[in-house]
Design a protein around this ligand. Sequence first.
Ligand code: PLP
Length: 424
Amino acid sequence: MTSLASLDPAARDALHAKTREAYEAFKSRGLKLDMTRGKPAPEQLDLSSAMMSLPGNGDHFAEAGDDARNYGGLQGLPEARALFAPMVQAPPAQIVIGDNSSLALMHDCIAWALLKGVPGSVKPWSKEEEPVFLCPVPGYDRHFAICEALGIRMLPVPMTGQGPDMDVVEKLAADPAVKGMWCVPKYANPSGETYSDETVRRLASMETGAPDFRLFWDNAYTVHHLTATRHPLADILALCEEAGHPDRPFIFASTSKVTLAGAGIAMFASSPENVRWFLGRSFFRTIGPDKLNQLRHVRFLKDMAGIEAHMEKQRALIAPKFQAVLDALEARLGGTGAATWTTPEGGYFITVDTVDGAAQRTVALAKEAGIALTPAGATSPYGRDPHDRTLRLAPTFPSLSDVKAAAEGIALCILLAGLETEKA
Ligand code: PLP
C-alpha cells in the first residue's frame, strides 16, 4: 500500500470513499465481536479440565501432614511454594501463596502501605503529602485504577521497547514523594516488551528519594510465550539485593492465565523482611488461604517442566489468533503510515498506534460496526492518552474465526479514522 501522506487530494478522496464503502459492507454483516479484555478462551480453560477432579476424594494431606481442608498455612503449602519458585525467581521461603487474584495482592499491598507503611517507611504513605507512582505507558488499566481509587498520583513514563525509559525513571524517582512504580517486566501489558537486563539492573540499583520506594513487579506473563523462544528476565530479587536495596521489589504472579482465570493461584515474593511484613498484615485479613486449590495445582502442574509443557498447549491455541490480527493489520495497513503495531513474542496483547488523534474515532467506528474495543486512553493513567493514538487489542477470548473477522474490521476502522484525520 502507498503511504497516505504521499497521496494527492484526489487519490486520498478516492481511497477514503473506497474504505468507507468497505466499512459499510463490514457493518452490514451485523457481527458482534469483543476484543476488549485479555481473558482466556473456553478451550484454554478446557486444558485444565482435569483439575476439576483434583486433588480428589481423600487426597487432602499436604506433604508435611497438614490437612489442606482446614484453616491455617498462611504462607501457603511448602510444595506449592516450591512448585512456583522457579516461575517467580524466588526461593520458596520468600514466597507467599494467596488465593486466586494477584491484583488483589497488589491492592492489599498498596492499602497496607497507605495505612501502615512498609519496611523502611518513616510514616504510612497516606500521611505523606501526596504519594506518587511511576507508571510506564502504555500500561495496565487496572494498575492505574488502583492508584486512582486509593488516591495515589500517577506520573507517566514512556516505554522504549526495552522497558521504561530509565533516564526519565531515575530523574523522577529522586523525588521523595515517589513511593512506587508499576512494572510488568515480561511480555508487558500491553506493549509485549520484556525489560532488558540493563533496564532491570538500573531499576535495582538507582537511587530513590524515598527510602521505602517499592517496585510493583507484576510478572503476570512470565511463562506466556507466543514463540518457541522462552525469553529470560533478569532476576530482580538478586539484583536488588546485590545493589543494597533488598526490600525494593514486591513480586507478583498468578496462574490466572496458566490454569483457570477465576480459580488460579496468586503469589507474592520478596525479601525476608517484606515477607514478614506481608504475613504480619495478612494475619489480620485471613485465617489461611485455599490450600485445596494449592494441592490441586501441585498435583496438576507437578513442576516447572509441567508448567512449561502446559503453556505450550496454551501457545498452540492462542498464537494463531495473534497471527491472524497481525496478518489483517499488515494486509490493510502495511505501508500506509495509518498505524504501527507491536509483534509480541509473549503475553496477551497487541498494541496499535494510530496516527495522532485517531484512536477514539477508531473505537467509535468499531463500536458502530459491532466490534467492542478497549476504550481509547485505557492504557494511560487517568484514561487520558495525550496523543489519542494507542489501542490495545486482546485476541485470546474470541474464536479464531471471530478474531479474523474482528481484525479485518479493526484494520478498516483504523484506516478510515486515519483518512478522516488531517495528520495522516
Ligand atoms: N497483571 C496484569 C499485567 C494483567 O494483565 C492481569 C490481567 O489481565 C492481571 C495482573 C490480573 O491478574 P490476576 O488474575 O492474578 O488478578
